[in-house]
Structures are given as structure tokens and as C-alpha cells.
Design a protein around this ligand. Sequence first.
Ligand code: ZN
Length: 140
Amino acid sequence: MSSVQGMRKCPKCGGTLFYDMNCRTTEVYEMCLRCGYQQQCILLRNDDGTVKIGDDGEWLMDCKETVGYGAARLCRKEGIGGIYAFENPLSTEDQAALIEDLHQPDTDEGSYAVLFDPQSGAFTVLAGSLPEDYTEEDDG
Ligand SMILES: [Zn+2]
């Protein structure tokens, strides 16, 4: 295994942020399961594929943040499903399609769809229940 996955608190909404870090390259992908905030850090590379090195000898990285407009988790009872972050506000049609999808008989209970307004910080639940704030696991 060369990658570490885990959860931490979302800097935008306080929800649960999923991260996946490559230990070898330190490249990171993060996604909030509630507001849809995403951050991706990738190494800058030269034309020959080698990593670009900064003046201080550190690897140069390019980090990109994407504001989220909400997220959805769609799980089927057979265990197939996925988590989606909305990078743009959903149209009324998209919302209707999503709600219909989440009300299919084979949709698992843990499924949800929430919209997030980055300006006001308000959530609108389309289906399911709003994911709770992230809480630190008590390691004992
Ligand atoms: Zn968030």
C-alpha cells in the first residue's frame, strides 16, 4: 500500500472530509462528503517526468481547491454506489433526477443528497438526512 486514506474535519463546513494521500509522492486528494469541497495537490513535473524541485529543495506541488455546491451518496442494496461532489450548482432538472434516483426501492438507507450554498453556508437536503458534523474518533 502506498496510499493513506482517512477522514478529517472539512475546513469549509465542519463535515467529514475524506482524504487519500500517496505516501511516495505526497500527492493528496480530498473531498468533503457534505458540502462537496475538494482539494487536489499534485506534483509539478518537468517534460521528462521528473519532479520539479523548488529553490529550497522541496518538491513543487500544485494545489487546486474546488468550492462545493453539495454532495450526494447513492448506495444500492447490492452494495454498488458512489459519492459525488457537485462542482456547480445543480439545475432543477438535475435535482429532480437525483431525488428520483434516491427514491428507488433498491436505494440503501445511508444514501443522501444535499445542496450547499458557499455564500450563506446553508444546506438544503434533497433526500435522506444531512451528514453530521465531523467528530474526532475517540482512540482511547
Ligand atoms: Zn464540507
